[in-house]
Design a binder for this molecule. Sequence first.
Ligand code: HEM
Ligand code: HEM
Length: 214
Amino acid sequence: MVLSWGVLLPLGILVARFLKITLKQDWPNELDNKFWWLWHLRLQISGSVMMLIGLLLILNKPDPSTDDFIHWYLGWAVSLMGVAQIISGWMRGTKGGPTDVAEDGSMHGDHYEMTTYRKVFEYYHKFVGYSVLLLSAAAILTGMWRSNAPVWMWIGLLGWWMMLIIVFAYCQSKQMAVDTYQAIWGSNKEHPGNAMKPIGFGIRRRPENHQKKI
Ligand code: HEM
Ligand code: HEM
């Protein structure tokens, strides 16, 4: 559970938030860089598999009685919301746009047109994604407390979380949380989604005349 919710899943969220445009990418001449997508998928799927292994282990323990109800509720809430997160990712709808043109030449797609379906996905996936991340920190802490975890584990984990928070704050201050829509299709106003405001806190839109800093 520590490897899953303490390490792999938070890293997957950082990649999805801050590496939609990578450091060496010449945006907007190079668009739709799949780096964040591949690594979000890899990290979230391997993190979820680790979570399910953790669940199987705990459910198969010899004495099934639970004497820590706070951890029990937190643990089940995080596990169920984690599974729902994977399902919501899977149900994100179609893409469309100039990078995904259908055989008849149409560019229809939930993401390209920012349909209500896509908007609901983005609000849900982001809001629940960050909420479950916070709940998982409480689940890890109560789990470690319940199991009398050794001191090195408390220090190591708190140090690691501190590092993640610093990396988050640094990337946010460097304006690396770019809107997915722009990262994929650029900032040209001819793309329908560029007319609406981006979904999520602290997400940035680059101006149409954006120049790469040298
Ligand atoms: C986000 C992280 C975690 C999740 C999602 C989680 C999930 C769960 C769940 C669902 C249960 C209840 C199983 C049942 O129905 O009997 C449980 C129990 C337990 N968990 Fe966790 N857990 C997490 C982190 C941890 C950690 C970090 C530890 C220890 C280092 C831990 C140790 C335990 C123990 C010892 C129990 C059995 C409790 C008892 O018998 O009273 N958990 N966990
Ligand atoms: C436990 C698993 C997962 C968690 C906790 C999670 C969490 C998150 C979070 C918090 C974000 C928002 C990052 C930001 O601030 O921009 C995000 C973005 C995203 N995730 Fe996941 N995710 C999970 C699994 C998946 C899966 C399996 C898929 C696809 C099959 C997926 C697809 C996406 C997409 C498309 C975005 C970008 C949304 C946008 O910016 O428009 N996620 N994820």
